[in-house]
Write a protein that binds this ligand. Structure first.
Ligand code: ADP
Ligand code: MG
Length: 267
């Protein structure tokens, strides 16, 4: 192939943003000639290469935009260690129908049982399905909303937080939320109600949320919207962080752990 033609092909690829094809053009042409590929087969391979590259790039971008604290998947989650979780319920969540239906998932349980791991894994699964996702902690979220309120930009911020189809709010209950924060949180939950899915993790049982929000009326209003279309996964068990110590017999397992069914879907 003449050099001007090769240069022209590079130019076309660039103009059409076929960057992967552009980068591998010479090799692709050489290989096609060697393998005596037909026109359709050559075009098929070439376009498939670009489609794969673009899909990978989009996934990487979506995953970066989700701002996960770490990347852990369901494959690396040991369900045997936490028998109070029904793997079927988690796999069903991973399939993503709750996101399409703008439903919520609540992961509840004591520290170290894998709530954040599961929330991230479900978030990564959502990203892989092309879902716009955002991960935040409750504290970070309320700080962001409080700042926006102070700058008279609450509405703008609430709109932004309504855009991701899946919002993950980690760690409700570790730090008490003041009345103003609770009010802002309520506004966000109201905006997303029946519009966008939320995954929420908490170390507190739902009954204790009145204390977390410092106001039982707001807590009830928040829960009313969150629970209307939702799946609750109650995790009862030992902290995975302490498992090595448990294994070595340095700690005794708590009584009554790992008992009972895990998921309690609400109507
Ligand atoms: P929580 O959010 O409930 O406090 P994390 O999800 O942060 O707990 O889990 C603590 C650590 O233990 C993380 O590194 C997590 O990946 C790991 N972990 C927890 N449960 C499991 C599990 N069942 N299988 C594999 N790793 C787990
Ligand atoms: Mg956590």
């Amino acid at each position: 192939m003449s050099t001007p033609q090769l240069q022209r092909l590079h130019g076309h690829c660039h103009r059409l943003r076929l960057y992967r094809v552009e980068a591998e053009l010479t090799t692709l042409l050489e290989q096609a000639a060697k393998r005596d590929l037909g026109y359709a087969d050559f075009l098929d391979e070439l376009l498939a290469l670009e489609v794969r590259a673009k899909a990978e790039k989009h996934l990487a971008m979506r995953t970066a935009m989700a701002r996960f604290p770490f990347h852990k998947t369901l494959e690396s989650f040991d369900f045997k260690f936490q028998p109070s979780i029904d793997p079927k319920v988690i796999r069903e969540l991973a399939a993503g129908r709750y996101i399409e239906n703008a439903e919520n998932a609540l992961l509840l349980g004591p520290p170290g049982v894998g709530k954040t791991h599961l929330a991230v894994a479900l978030g990564l699964a959502a990203c892989a399905q092309g879902v716009r996702t955002l991960f935040t902690t409750a504290t970070g979220l309320i700080a962001t909303l409080g700042k926006a309120f102070g700058e008279n930009r609450l509405d703008e911020r609430l709109k932004l937080l309504t855009q991701p189809q899946l919002l993950i709010i980690d760690e409700i209950g570790y730090i008490p939320i003041d009345r103003h924060g609770a009010n802002l949180f309520f506004q966000l939950v109201s905006r997303r109600y029946e519009r966008g899915a939320i995954i929420l993790t908490s170390n507190q049982s739902l009954g204790a949320w009145g204390d977390v929000f410092g106001d039982p009326v707001i807590a009830t209003a928040v829960l009313d919207r969150l629970l209307h279309h939702s799946i609750t996964v109650n995790i009862r068990g030992e902290s995975y962080r302490l498992r090595e110590k448990l294994k070595a017999g340095l700690l005794k397992p708590k009584l009554g752990t790992a008992a009972g069914a895990a998921a309690e879907p609400t109507p």
